[in-house]
Design a protein around this ligand. Sequence first.
Ligand code: ADP
Length: 553
Amino acid sequence: MSVIKTSSIVAGCRQDFDSVIAAFSNRYPISVLLIDDQAMVGEAVRRTLADQTDIKFHFCADSTGIMEVIAKVKPTVILQDLVMPGTDGMTLLRQYRENPDTHNIPVIVLSTKEDPTVKSEAFERGASDYLVKLPNAIELIARIRHHSTAYLNRIQRDEACHAMLDAMLEAENANRAKSDFIASMSHELRTPLNAIIGFTDILINDTGGSFSNREQAREFVGHVHKAGWHLVDLINDILDLAKIEAGKVSIEQTAVDIGKLIGQTIVMNESTASKHQVTIKNDVTADQNWFAQADQVRLKQALINLLSNAIKYNRPEGQVTVSVEKSPNSKLRIIVADTGIGIPPDKLKLLFRPFSRLGAEFGKVEGHGIGLALTKKLVEYMGGEIGVESAVGEGSRFWVEFAEMAPEQAKPASGRSNADELSDVNERLAALTAKKVLYIEDNEMNRLLMTNILSIFPEMEVKCAQNGGEGLRMLNAFSPDILLLDLQLPDMNGKDILRKIKVQGSSVPVIVVSADAMPETAKEVMMLGATNYMAKPIDSGVLKAMMVKALAG
Ligand code: ADP
C-alpha cells in the first residue's frame, strides 16, 4: 500500500494555489481609467501614478463610446469627472450601474465641488468614492489600490466559485457515470453467469439419470463453455478500456498494409458470416496499395469489431462491404458498410458509450455492449477517427480514418498465423512421444483440469506439484521435458522459480500459465527466461500449440 503524507498534499495544493494567484494577477493588473475633458487633469494624474509600475493608466477626454473603451481597457477602477461637455458624470454613473458589464467596477468621482448635495447624489447613483480635484497623491493612490484590490478580490472569488461549481458538477457526472458503468457491468456479468450456474446446477442435480442422454448433457456443457468465453471477452474488453483510459496501452505505430489487413479480417469473419447468411464483399482494389499509420494488432481488433457487428446486426441474405478511400483531408478511410437493421438517429449519440446496446439487449443478437466503446478509444489512441452514418432498415456505414504512410515503414510480416499453429495440434503433440510434463499449481481444480486436458496423450507423463518448494524438488528428481508454471504460489512466486532455474543453468522450457493477464507481467516473465505465457482461462488448443513449439524447439 502506498502512503501519501498529508503534508505533501498540502504543500502541493499550496503550490497550485500560489500559481493560480500569480496567473490571476498577470491576467488582471490594476488598471485606472480617467474620464475627464481636461487634458491638464489627465496629465496631473498620469504624473502622480508614473512611479507606480504595477498600475496601468488610461485617459479618455471624451465620453462618447465610453462603454467600448471600458470593454477594451478593462479598468479595475474608473476616475469619473462630473461636468463634461455633452454628458454629465451623474448620467454616466447611472449607465455604469445599469450595465451588467460595468455594474461592479468601482467608480471614484473626481469633482471640483465639495458640495454635500452633489456628493450624496453621486453616492446614490452608485459612486464608490468621492474626491475633490486634484486630490493629494498619497490619498489618490491609496484609494485606487483599495478599490481595485476589492474589485479584483471579488472577481477572483466569483471565478473560484464558478470553478468549484464546475468541478462539483464534473465530479457528480463522473460519479453517476461510474455508478451506471458498474450497474451495467454487473448486469453483463450476471447474464453469462446465469447460464453457467443454471446449466451446471441441472447437471449436478441430475441424480435421476435423465442425462443418460449424453447429447443433451453435451449441449448444456456447450452453453456453459460459451458463457465462460463470453465472460473472458468481456473482462478483456473492460481491461482494455481501463488501460486506454489510464494511458497504459502500448501501441506500435507502423505503416499498416490496409488491403492485407482487411483481407485477413474478412477471412477471420467468414464462418460467422455464413452462419448469419451474410456475404462479405471486399471492395479494395489492387491499385489501392495503401498503408496507414496505426498499430497493426489494435487496428485489426478495431476492424474485427466493426465487421462482426456488421454481420450480427444484418439480415439473412444481407451483405457487408469493406472498402477504402481517401477522405477529403487526405486520410485513409476504411469503410465497413452493411445492409442491416440500421440505427435510429436518436440512438446514434449513445453508440460509443460502454454497455449501451441500444435495445439489442432485448433481442437475440449476442453481445456485451463494450465493442464500439473500445473500438473508438483504440482508434483515437492510435491518432485516428471513427464515424458512422446509418438509416433504419437500410443499413449502417462505419468508418475509421488514419494518416497515410509510406510502404517502406511497414513491419515485416510475421511467420505462421494463429490458425496454422492451431491446426492438427493434437496429432503434432502426440507425435512428440514420451514427454514428461511437470505442472506447478496450487489450485486443485486447475491441476485436475490440466491433467485432464493432457490425458488424451497416453505417452505423456504428467506430474503436479502444489507449491514452489515441492516443484523445485520435483524439477530435479523428475527431470521434466517441459514445465507448466503458475505464478502465484503459496510459498513463493513463480518468478522466483524462473530465477532459480536460470541460476541452475537448466534448459527446461517453461510455459507460464497465470491468471495475471497484464502484458507487463508477461513481458517480465519472458525476460526471466520463460518460453511462453498463457493467461487463464486456459485455451487448450493454444496451450497445446505452445507445448508443441516449446518441445519441438
Ligand atoms: P455489442 O454488439 O456487444 O452489443 P457494441 O459496442 O459493438 O456492442 O455495439 C453497441 C450497440 O450498437 C449494439 O448493441 C447495437 O445495438 C448497435 N450496433 C453496433 N453496430 C451496429 C450495426 N452495424 N448495425 C446496427 N446496429 C449496430
